[in-house]
Write a protein that binds this ligand. Structure first.
Ligand code: SF4
Length: 215
């Protein structure tokens, strides 16, 4: 039977609310626009650390542009939330940048360079990023880890959850099941990107997706 990841997440949040527990979530983010809705939604229920680990991004100028955009958005979003905190709860959001270890990505993509976006190379790319996220989540004593990636209509939520849960077993830290494109999450991320005047890239991130876009 097909799983409904949004409903699973609803249940987790409901239980937390009953216990008045605000867990620590280590959230892998691919970029500021994708993180916008996820932060608006989850910061009501979790203390979040955004983990920017994306060694797939090409070229390096693009990488640094996306990191800056991510930091700016978190700062501005928290300022805004602070002002309306009487109407809406928002827990503190921290930021951590991972290592831009491009070689790791190219090693992983060996032999998969010509595959179209959405295929096996992407599944390996999800795994590379989620593995590093889980390892750091464990190291920093977080309660959950997850990723913003499922918000994109081009990303396979089933595969992301499957990989996340497998890695969770290995590292001994729960993966927060999710499909952030549900409940109009993607649409809201586009609205927030406009509202905050964010830079929205037009390719996924790696050199192969850049070439695919160009062709
Ligand atoms: S298209 Fe996106 S998900 Fe796929 S390998 Fe490239 S950067 Fe990773």
């Amino acid at each position: 039977m097909k799983r409904n990841y949004q409903k699973e997440l609803d249940k987790i949040i409901e239980n937390q609310k009953k216990q008045q527990w605000v867990p620590k979530l280590f959230l892998h983010s691919c970029c500021a626009p994708c993180s916008s809705y996820v932060l608006e939604y989850l910061s009501q229920y979790f203390q979040i650390t955004v983990f920017y680990y994306n060694p797939n991004i090409y070229p390096k100028e693009e990488y640094f542009k996306r990191v800056e955009e991510q930091k700016n958005f978190i700062r501005r979003f928290q300022q805004d939330m602070f002002q309306i905190r009487e109407q809406r709860s928002c827990h503190e959001i921290n930021f951590l940048e991972g290592i831009y270890e491009k070689d790791k990505f190219y090693q992983m993509a060996l032999g998969l360079e010509k595959l179209p976006e959405g295929g096996e190379r992407c599944f390996q790319c999800y795994e590379l990023r989620l593995r590093e996220t889980a390892a750091n989540a464990k190291k920093f004593g977080m309660d959950f880890f997850t990723t913003t990636l499922s918000i994109s209509p081009l990303k396979n939520a089933e595969k992301l959850n499957e990989i996340g849960e497998r890695i969770a077993e290995e590292y001994g830290i729960p993966y927060l099941t999710s499909d952030f494109k549900k409940r109009e999450g993607y649409k809201r991320s586009v609205e927030l990107s406009k509202e905050y005047g964010m830079y929205r890239q037009d390719y996924c991130g790696c050199v192969f997706s850049m070439k695919e876009r160009e062709s």
